[in-house]
Design a protein around this ligand. Structure first.
Ligand code: UD1
Ligand code: UDP
Length: 386
């Protein structure tokens, strides 16, 4: 039996981990036993607890309860807590997701204790090291033993950083194995979409007109923490809603809820609050989010996960960033990068709305990434044990 320690902490990781836990439970329960550590990076019920309940994720065996803090303070507390858990549990491998401080902490704590790191969502690069996530993902990739890329671009990024293709085992941190396997978030969409669209009450609750609204999420630190950028984004959204008479639905990340009060230009804040077409609400559950995405006409976001979900649900996407790790979406014309520029946001809305020749090649695999990941973990670790 292989013992995996899964480390999660932030909302998107809890969501991604659901796919692997489901594959373990349904297909690999005889080969894999999973222990789950929640670092406590996200802790509000609507940023954490809600996903465990609705996505049927096993309750974490540990919660380190690190909470919020500066990068150093938060990451250090996670490393300390994770080191203790890893020493106690002696797992065969540690599974980490994406690029948050929880990912980084697990990669550092685990690799220094010589436990192989399995990185799901490896290889992505924005080529912008002012993003904390870019630092986290580069470090994590370079101490990992198995690396699972969600896109071909991710796979080729790893090759250009010196990772080898087609190398033979045994696989170790010094001889890592890279796999392109598609995205576990696609697995989740396939599994949950029907249930999500059947259960969402938000349309009645907020009087949202299905099929006509723009869905927006904003949480990236460089957008929320900079008053100029945040004001420019909200001015763009306000203009779209007024000039084009369209509702904008905005489930707010707690970071954004706090910072719009502090960082938005007071006049824009007043206008947004008075604009009935801008519908703000606290962050919603995964099923509600899928339902909101599915019935939207377009998505505006700086989220990594939401950019992908837009594509997988065939919605055009205005990406509130200067660059993206999901380059295929821009290259294929499904998404437009506007950074935080008010005018570019408004123009992108019109451009994407009027565009007719959308196509959706299989960028994110076949929706069976979690099964592939389990299979490779089992075959690699079983070979080690022999
Ligand atoms: C983190 C990740 C980011 C990811 C995002 C997903 C890092 C460096 N960043 O950003 O890559 O895209 O999660 O959502 O790891 N807060 C609450 N309640 C919560 C959680 C957060 O109020 O349950 C507030 C706190 O004021 C906190 C702020 O949000 O200071 C930011 O939280 P934090 O986890 O540090 O970063 P995120 O912006 O969520
Ligand atoms: N999400 C959610 N509720 C919300 C906003 C987003 O469940 O109110 C989901 C979304 O569907 C996606 C994931 O959270 O699956 C993306 O996480 P987030 O935007 O927090 O982080 P990122 O992907 O940018 O790291």
């Amino acid at each position: 039996m292989i013992k995996l320690l899964t480390v999660i902490g932030a909302r998107p990781q809890i969501i991604k981990a659901a796919a692997l836990s489901r594959a373990v439970e349904l297909v690999y329960s005889a080969a894999i036993t999973e222990k789950i550590v929640h670092t406590g990076q996200h802790y509000d019920d609507n940023m954490s607890k809600v996903f465990f309940a609705e996505m049927n994720i096993p309750k974490p065996d540990y919660n380190l309860k690190v909470g919020s803090g500066s990068h150093g303070k938060q990451t250090a507390a996670m490393i300390k807590g994770l080191e203790e858990v890893i020493m106690k549990e002696s797992p065969d491998a540690i599974v980490v997701y994406g690029d948050t401080n929880s990912t980084l902490a697990a990669a550092i704590a685990g690799s220094k204790l010589h436990v192989p790191i399995m990185h799901v969502e490896a290889g992505l690069r924005s080529f912008n090291k002012s993003m904390p996530e870019e630092i986290n993902r580069i470090i994590c990739d370079h101490v990992s033993t198995l690396l699972f890329t969600p896109t071909e671009a991710g796979y080729f990024n790893l090759i250009s950083e010196g990772f080898k293709e087609g190398n033979d085992g045994p696989y170790t941190v010094d001889n890592p194995k890279i796999h392109h396997c598609g995205d576990v978030m696609y697995d989740n969409i396939r599994h949950f979409l029907e249930q999500a669209t059947g259960s969402c009450q938000l349309f009645e609750e907020f009087d949202i007109r299905k099929g006509e609204y723009l869905l927006a999420t904003i949480h990236r630190d460089n957008n929320t923490d900079d008053p100029k950028r945040l004001t420019s984004i909200f001015t763009g959204l306000n203009r779209i809603s007024q000039e084009m008479d369209v509702q904008i639905v905005l489930p707010l990340h707690p970071r954004t809820s706090k910072l719009i009060k502090k960082n938005l230009d007071p006049e824009i804040y007043k206008q947004i609050k008075a604009n009935e077409k801008i519908i703000m609400m606290p962050a919603v559950s995964y099923l509600d989010m899928l339902a909101l995405e599915e019935s939207s006409v377009m998505i505006v976001t700086d989220s990594g996960g939401v950019q992908k979900e837009a594509y997988l649900l065939k919605k055009p996407c205005i990406t509130l960033r200067a660059q993206t790790e999901w380059v295929e979406l821009v290259d294929n014309g499904n998404a437009v990068l506007t950074d935080s520029d008010e005018n570019r946001i408004v123009e992108a809305y019109t451009t994407l709305l009027n565009k007719t020749n959308y196509s959706y090649p299989d960028i994110f695999g076949d929706g069976k990434a979690a099964i592939f990941i389990c299979k490779e973990i089992v075959s690699t670790l079983s070979a080690d044990k022999q």
